[in-house]
Design a binder for this molecule. Structure first.
Ligand code: FCX
Length: 435
């Protein structure tokens, strides 16, 4: 751990010096103009944040420290006999900004294994909730209960020098990431498997252990988890979960408080909850049509019905992307390799052929193409994970890697409190009238 911290600190000091010079020379340069519409419409397209871990291109999709998803699948270390990347390697890449060796990846795996013990009071807090509670609510309650372990909060209360904020954040982030699979699996077994819990296997990799503790032992499911945890980890800084984690962290709230806040945002249906909405929507369509193999015509009719009732087609559209999400494509490739004849997976592919032209014809939707959430559920159902209310928890476990790597950078670069300006419509009217 100390060597990892030393390597990180050297990178962070160099980056901080570079940013200082950059701002000294170019600090007054304008990065863009802001229109009144942007102020009212979710600040789309306004550049106002720095997130070092990944960058989203509207046409090409996400790149993690410069690497696309297919490149990560090729270059990141794999589990023994596996072909999907180990997300521990992606975490190293996002944190250090360089591709990890196998040894680097194994080092992260072993740090996470060693820190994975979850204190009993966290399970007590989850158990205190009614069984009908949504899994994302249980998850955030579990994370909040774990906040008792925050090194940052404890050291801050004792009087922490601001130069050391990053160090305590580093400790908290790794401990939190290590414990999330156990919390997620505990919620799954409590809610859906009669509280018959499965103990962690200390020899497994981070995602493999999550699959194991949930009760899925098919090695293809372990591979799916490794892919899933890699592709959902980060999507630059402006999305609701990443931005919220960063915003709350800017008040020097510790990793637990900041991540829990971000995950409350992920639990919204326009963001991470869309993956459960997709499968729910497909199951409802199957029930209405009376077939688990709908034709393109039947799908088109059902899409029109959804739109007429004033609802969104879940899994389609994006605030930034303008093409098919490469995270959708990566999952489609996984489906073609492991389950090409699965009816539900094939239905997802038929929806992909049917929905974009319909959405396009409405004229108002900026991106008619599928996002990450359009595909994930069908792959999970294939392995028997049908409890779709749980899906966003998996997204949340993965998202921890990106938002917490970013939080460590925020503290290392000394980023300040975030506090943009807001206005009232009255103030806008007065400004327009020149008053
Ligand atoms: N179905 C129906 N209508 C849609 C739509 C969809 N899939 N996507 C966008 N629209 C509508 C919007 O509701 C808006 O309508 P309005 O003008 O009547 O209010 C109009 O088209 C313009 O929206 P647009 O600018 O294209 O999209 P936004 O940036 O406002 O919103 C999201 C982006 C993702 C919120 C939107 O496309 C949506 O609601 N999609 C469905 C939910 C979903 O899949 N979310 C997951 C996104 C992501 F991958 C993630 O964060 O996990």
């Amino acid at each position: 751990m100390d060597i990892l911290k030393e390597r990180f600190k050297a990178k962070a000091d160099a980056a901080a010096a570079e940013i200082k010079d950059l701002l000294k020379e170019h600090g007054n340069k304008k990065v863009g103009e802001v229109t009144l519409s942007q102020v009212y419409q979710g600040m789309r397209g306004i550049t106002g944040l720095v997130t070092e871990t990944s960058l989203l291109d509207a046409q090409e999709g996400i790149r993690f420290r410069g690497y696309s998803i297919p490149e990560l699948q090729e270059k990141l270390p794999k589990a023994k006999d596996g072909s999907e990347p180990l997300p521990e390697g992606l975490f190293f890449l996002m944190l250090l900004g360089e591709l990890p060796s196998e040894e680097d990846t194994n080092k992260i795996t072993s740090i996470l294994q060693r820190r994975s013990h979850v204190p009993a009071h966290v399970f007590d807090a989850i158990d205190a909730l009614p069984i009908t509670t949504h899994p994302m609510t249980m998850y955030v309650v579990g994370v909040m209960a774990l906040q008792t372990e925050s090194v940052f909060a404890k050291k801050y209360a004792e009087g922490l020098n601001k130069k050391d904020y990053w160090d305590a954040t580093f400790d908290d982030a790794l401990t939190l990431i290590a414990r999330l699979p156990r919390i997620a699996a505990y919620i799954y077994r409590r809610k859906y498997k009669n509280s018959e819990h499965i103990q962690p296997n200390g020899l497994l990799d981070w995602s493999g252990n999550l699959a194991h503790m949930m009760g899925f032992n098919d090695e293809r499911f372990h591979e799916l988890m490794r892919l899933y945890m890699t592709i959902h980890a980060d999507h630059e800084g402006g999305n609701v979960s990443a931005h919220t984690t960063h915003l709350v962290g800017s008040a020097l709230s510790d990793s637990y408080l900041s991540y829990a806040a971000g995950m409350n945002g992920l639990a919204g249906p326009l963001h991470g909850l869309a993956n459960q909405e997709v499968i729910k929507w497909i199951f409802e369509m199957q029930a209405e049509i009376g077939s688990d193999d709908p034709t393109p015509e039947q799908i088109a009719d059902y899409v029109q019905q959804t739109l007429k009732s004033g609802k969104v087609v879940p899994g389609y559209g994006h605030a930034v992307l303008r093409k098919t999400d490469p995270r959708f494509t990566a999952q489609m490739e996984f489906g073609k390799k492991h389950m090409p004849d699965d009816k539900l997976v094939k239905t997802v592919w038929k929806i992909y052929e049917t929905v974009p032209p319909i959405l396009q014809s409405l004229g108002k939707i900026k991106n008619p193409w599928p996002n990450v959430d359009a595909h994930s559920g069908a792959l999970l159902v294939h392995f028997g994970l049908k409890e779709y209310e749980f899906y966003t928890v998996l997204f949340a476990v993965s998202r921890a890697l990106g938002v917490l790597a970013s939080l460590i950078w925020d503290r290392a670069l000394g980023f300040p409190l975030e506090r943009p300006k807001s206005v009232t419509t009255n103030a806008v009217k007065m400004w327009l009238e020149g008053k």
